[in-house]
Write a protein that binds this ligand. Structure first.
Ligand code: PNS
Length: 160
């Protein structure tokens, strides 16, 4: 089974990597799909997000990283992907994710299922926004994102 793990990944966190690694052992193929959102200017450019993900995931033979724009279900159609993976951290995620899952099922006329993986307890409080907030105040993010990208995040705030 080929699945997609979509998101903004601005930047990728240990929570995302936890889901990707577990999806990689559960499914035949995992496509990490980074949403191109022209409305929302993120901290990292699309190219930087892709580069960081590729660097971190290069030794996973069944994981690839791609950009997508438009509707997620169109991406699934184009790439012959079977289902969507999303992570659930706390109850608060459920409401948003339930709507997204229903919408994706509705607009694909019932074709695409969303499968949920529960975030590890050690990363269940984590999000890209939390990482950015802590980094912007020079707080310690070393256990929240992979070592390889810690300095890249701090550098972004030095540039500003
Ligand atoms: O990391 P995020 O920001 O929680 O990811 C949200 C994402 C990218 C999964 C979602 O916004 C998305 O799929 N956007 C593409 C447009 C789309 O298909 N929306 C759902 C149906 S209206």
């Amino acid at each position: 089974m080929k699945v997609v793990y979509p998101g903004s990944f601005d930047p990728v966190t240990n929570g995302h990597l936890d889901i990707i690694r577990r999806a990689a052992v559960t499914f035949d193929e995992v496509v990490v799909a980074v949403l191109v959102n022209s409305q929302k200017k993120g901290l990292f450019s699309m190219e930087e997000r892709i580069e960081m993900l590729q660097e971190l995931l290069y030794d996973y033979d069944n994981v690839s990283v791609k950009l997508f724009s438009g509707l997620l279900v169109d991406f699934l159609e184009d790439e012959n992907i079977d289902a969507i993976i999303r992570g659930l951290r706390a109850v608060a995620d459920y409401e948003v994710e339930l709507q997204l899952a229903h919408l994706n099922k509705y607009i694909s006329k019932g074709k695409y299922e969303t499968l949920f993986m529960v975030a590890g307890t050690d990363v269940s409080f984590l999000s890209s926004s939390v990482v950015k907030e802590i980094a912007s105040y020079h707080g310690d993010i070393s256990n929240l994102v992979p070592d390889q990208i810690v300095q890249r995040i701090y550098d972004k705030y030095k540039e500003k």
